[in-house]
Design a binder for this molecule. Structure first.
Ligand code: SAH
Ligand code: SF4
Ligand code: F3S
Length: 476
């Protein structure tokens, strides 16, 4: 088979260059003759991983709509299957490989089916080699840096009936010209910075997403203003580390300034994800406190409560520095809620170091905690560290951690029973159409009895009951 090949390369993904980021603004073009490529055809798109991937999938949807494809909810109905993948932990990858194997049968039943793997796993040399060797039914592999090339690759695979592999290992331009088909009508993801330069020693993201590249503030603000005009109620500003926004632009305009400018638009709700504690300035705290449309909720990943482990993780803050940010937010932002990420079982984590994490949990009493067992990622410094901790020990720590976490989650939820909360309505709940669901300003999920509520409205809900991860209420 004459395969078209640009494979990923770990060495170049690890490298950082001083190259200036080019902003691509030319009109995004698909040749006229291909605008009906998907006429009468259907695609199934499955997204794994974080919001960066969710947002990328919305770009893919935009492109597919341009080419007349219609979306379906099951792979069995589809002429085109796309898996937008995540590489963050081994179990994320196992899920994708499981699904790839599971869907193989569909390709035998319909040889014209086009099967695509993209996203963060496609950036990994090892993964691509495995797919090439053992999964002949995958027709197209492309990565996070060349999503703009998707229509071209699809056209090539469609007409050549050959396998198309194109993954760039070095990040490309910032693309301002790509189409988008947003899934939700009231809440929008807005990228503000791509990539990550933090290189936490356990993490694969700096290799799969490239170096930090900020969008220009005028482009971001224009997007938000358009979303307001379209009736959107909430934007979530996205980046692996939003607090690093603007550093690469050297304009003396950072996340605090951007957040303030976004707050001055008429968007009712602003969220942001994710904040690295290291870059969280006092000015950012003040801006969050100052504007009512910046939601009082911060996801502030701690990872570990042990300074020794934080150091080996390369997180570049101590627990005291973390608490400086945490306490400042807690004091200045009325009714703020927090979530965090914790990794247990980092190589050689001792019982004492794990207990230090529990102590931080006791102090911070987070509203939500995403907890993970450390997963070695190929090419990262931590994956080369010898690890003397048994998986059983790690599992038991995870369990103990989760128990503490749910105590505080429930306690925090109980505190707001009887209060009235502003809730952005998602719509009728899946299980019971008489019950609606939505999110409070503090990002808590509420199931409530509606009166006038419709999807996309912000309504007042009296909280009548609290579970660990959800609230119950009635619209007032
Ligand atoms: N940029 C974000 C994190 C994105 S990844 C930040 O720095 O906060 C989301 C979470 O996955 C991380 O916060 C971390 O807790 C977890 N994670 C990342 N790599 C991991 C690994 N190798 N094993 C286990 N968990 C990991
Ligand atoms: Fe990964 Fe650290 Fe970057 Fe977050 S800040 S994406 S954990 S390297
Ligand atoms: Fe996963 Fe890539 Fe996001 S590895 S967490 S999808 S940046």
């Amino acid at each position: 088979m004459n395969e078209l090949f640009i494979k990923p390369n770990l060495k170049s993904a690890q490298r950082r260059t001083k190259d200036e980021t080019i902003i691509e603004r030319s009109r995004f073009n698909i040749p006229d003759e291909y605008l009906s490529l998907g006429f009468n055809k259907k695609f199934y798109l499955r997204t794994y991983g974080c919001q960066a991937n969710e947002r990328d999938s919305e770009t893919l949807r935009g492109m597919l709509a341009m080419m007349s494809y219609a979306e379906v909810n099951t792979p069995e109905e589809a002429d085109l299957i796309i898996m937008n993948t995540c590489a963050i932990r081994k179990n994320a990858e196992d899920k994708v490989f499981g699904e790839i194997g599971h869907l193989k049968q569909l390709k035998y039943e319909n040889p014209d089916l086009i099967f695509v793997v993209c996203g963060c796993m496609a950036q990994e040399e090892e993964v691509v080699n495995t797919i090439l060797k053992t999964h002949q039914h995958i027709d197209i592999i492309f990565g996070t840096h060349n999503i703009h090339r998707f229509p071209e690759l699809l056209i090539q695979a469609h007409f050549s009936k050959e396998r198309v592999v194109e993954v760039y290992s070095k990040e490309g331009e910032v693309y301002e010209n790509l189409p988008v088909n947003r899934v939700q009508k009231a809440k929008a993801w807005v990228n503000i910075i791509y990539g990550c330069d933090k290189f936490c020693t356990y993490c694969i993201v700096p290799y799969t997403r490239g170096k930090e590249r900020s969008r220009l503030s005028e482009d971001i603000l224009k997007e938000v203003v358009t979303l307001v005009e379209e009736g959107y109620q909430e934007v979530t500003l996205l980046g692996q580390n939003v607090n690093a926004y603007g550093k690469d632009l050297e304009l003396d305009y950072g996340f605090a300034e951007l957040l303030e400018d976004v707050a001055k638009t008429d968007i009712p709700r602003i969220r942001f994800m994710t904040s690295h504690p290291w870059d969280f300035s006092d000015k950012m705290v003040d801006i969050i406190a100052q504007y009512d449309n910046i939601m009082p909720f911060v996801h502030l990943p701690l990872q570990s409560g042990s300074n020794e482990i934080l150091k080996i993780m390369g997180r570049r803050y101590t627990t005291d520095e973390y608490l400086h940010v945490f306490d400042a937010l807690k004091t200045k932002v009325k009714n703020i809620a927090f979530s965090t990420d914790i990794i247990v079982g980092f190589p050689n984590e001792s019982e004492e170091q794990f207990n230090d994490t529990l102590k931080m949990i006791e102090y911070c009493q987070f509203d939500n905690v995403y907890t993970f067992i450390y997963s070695p990622r190929h090419g990262t410094p931590a994956s080369k560290m010898e690890d003397n901790i048994e998986l059983e020990v790690k599992r038991s720590r995870l369990k103990r951690l989760n128990q503490r976490v749910s105590v505080y989650a429930l306690q925090n939820n109980k505190k707001i029973v009887d209060s009235i909360q502003n809730v952005l309505v998602d719509g009728p709940s899946k299980k019971n159409p008489d019950v609606y669901s939505g999110y409070t300003e503090t990002n808590k999920l509420v199931n409530f009895i509606p009166k006038k509520a419709k999807a996309g409205m912000i309504v007042k809900v009296k909280i009548t009951g609290a579970n660990t991860w959800t609230l119950k209420g009635e619209e007032v």
